[in-house]
Design a protein around this ligand. Structure first.
Ligand code: 9UX
Length: 72
C-alpha cells in the first residue's frame, strides 16, 4: 500500500535545485516517485509507509542541502 505526502522545501533558488531534490528523494528507499514544484516550493512524494515516514523523507532532503518539512 502506498501513501502520499507533500513536503515544504526551503532553499531552492534555481531549476537545478528541483532536480537535486527530486534525485535525493527518488534514491531514498521506500520512495516510489517524487515531483518538485519550484514555484510553490512543494514536493509531492509517493512512498511506502511500511518502509519510511514523512519525517525521514524530509531528512533525506535536508541531507541534500535544503530544508524540508512535511505538510498536514
Ligand atoms: Mo542552482 Mo540550486 O545554480 O542548489 S542548483 S541554486
Amino acid at each position: 500500500v502506498s501513501g502520499e505526502v507533500d513536503l515544504e522545501i526551503e532553499g531552492m533558488t534555481c531549476a537545478s535545485c528541483v532536480g537535486r531534490v527530486e534525485r535525493a528523494l527518488k534514491r531514498t528507499r521506500g520512495v516510489l516517485d517524487a515531483r518538485v514544484n519550484l514555484a510553490t516550493e512543494h514536493a509531492h512524494v509517493q512512498y511506502l509507509p511500511a518502509m519510511i515516514d514523512p519525517e525521514s523523507l524530509a531528512a533525506a532532503v535536508d541531507e541534500a542541502g535544503y530544508t524540508a518539512h512535511p505538510l498536514n
